[in-house]
Design a protein around this ligand. Structure first.
Ligand SMILES: Cc1cc2nc3c(=O)[nH]c(=O)nc-3n(C[C@H](O)[C@H](O)[C@H](O)COP(=O)(O)OP(=O)(O)OC[C@H]3O[C@@H](n4cnc5c(N)ncnc54)[C@H](O)[C@@H]3O)c2cc1C
Length: 279
């Protein structure tokens, strides 16, 4: 298909959403062109975590991310969508051609690609990890510091420290259990994880077996938990709130103290954060 061929629908982005859109469009006998800035299909799933297991796809109790996108691609492209990989959409114009109003999409490499409709499934757009705020940290990237786990083998028998408390941090604390050396350390700046409860529960169970070591800002003993280990000075789980008062406030830029307290980082159970920053 050449650029000047008019299709019914252009889909911007070939992640799971774009591939699903292509599938449904094909069902309705629409002609489709997919434009994707990466050199591969599958969006974040293929680019960021191809070797992770995904548990929340209907019909699959557990599926490897790369296998999932392979199946999405097989499903989405079965009606013969025209796929342009490695092209980033940069401009969009309305044009009139032979009395028909069309959309013209141009990329860094080609176009204009003409279509009657445009579906934008760009996800997060160009994916950028949030770097650790430490001076000179970039020197360590690829030399022990990683923002993605593309190949689990990179971490074979390595002692790993995972920083974060969301789904990715918990996913890899669990997902690298069969690869990295034990225990895998999980460091979180807050006193509550923001990941799925089932993942947190699994990680806590692994902690009891010595396969995970958690360092976080939990305040107060957790139900049935261990006492604080005096040899682990950063393990705050059993320190009384008074000892946390006077610590630097951990508000994020733009957050006020109300968020700080509500978020539980200053102390759960409705306590004030007790930080010494000016209010
Ligand atoms: C580490 C990690 C783990 C995750 N684990 C899970 C999980 O276990 N279960 C779950 O349900 N979800 C998970 N997610 C979230 C899931 O990956 C996203 O919800 C999903 O990828 C969104 O799909 P999408 O197609 O909407 O967008 P994306 O996957 O972001 O795809 C968008 C595509 O659009 C392309 N694009 C963007 N801008 C342009 C442009 N201008 N021109 C051309 N192409 C463009 C991008 O290159 C990209 O390929 C995880 C995410 C991360 C980062």
């Amino acid at each position: 298909m050449s650029p000047e061929d008019v299709v019914d629908i252009t889909i911007l982005g070939a992640g799971p959403s774009g591939l699903a859109a292509a599938y449904y469009a094909g069902h309705r006998d629409a002609t489709v062109r997919i434009v994707e800035s990466l050199e591969q299909l599958g969006g974040q799933v293929a680019a960021v975590y191809p070797e992770k297991h995904v548990y929340d796809v209907a019909g699959y109790p557990k599926i490897l991310a790369q296998e999932l996108v392979d199946r999405c691609a097989e499903q989405g492209l079965q009606y013969g969508a025209d796929v342009k990989l490695g092209e980033e959409v940069q401009t969009l114009e309305r044009i009139n051609q032979n009395g028909e109003e069309l959309l013209a999409v141009s990329t860094n490499k080609g176009g204009p690609y003409l279509s009657r409709a445009l579906i934008i499934t760009a996800g997060h757009g160009a994916f950028e990890p949030r770097a650790l705020g430490i001076d000179g940290i970039e020197e360590w990237e690829g030399r022990g510091l990683h923002y993605f786990v593309r190949e689990k083998e990179t971490f074979r028998d390595r002692r790993c420290i995972i920083i974060g408390g969301g789904d990715s941090a918990l996913d890899w604390t669990l997902g690298l259990q069969d690869t990295a050396a034990h225990p895998i350390a999980l460091i979180h700046r807050r006193d509550r994880f923001r990941a799925l409860e089932s993942s947190v529960n699994e990680a806590r169970a692994l902690e009891e077996e010595g396969r995970v070591r958690m360092r976080d800002r939990r305040v107060g003993p957790r139900p049935g938990g261990k006492a604080a280990d005096p040899d682990r000075p950063h393990d705050l789980r059993d320190q009384p709130l008074a000892r946390l008062r006077g610590r630097r406030c951990r508000r994020l830029p733009g957050e006020d103290h109300a968020d700080h307290d509500r978020d539980g980082r200053g102390g759960d159970r409705g306590q004030q954060c007790g930080c010494t920053d000016s209010r």
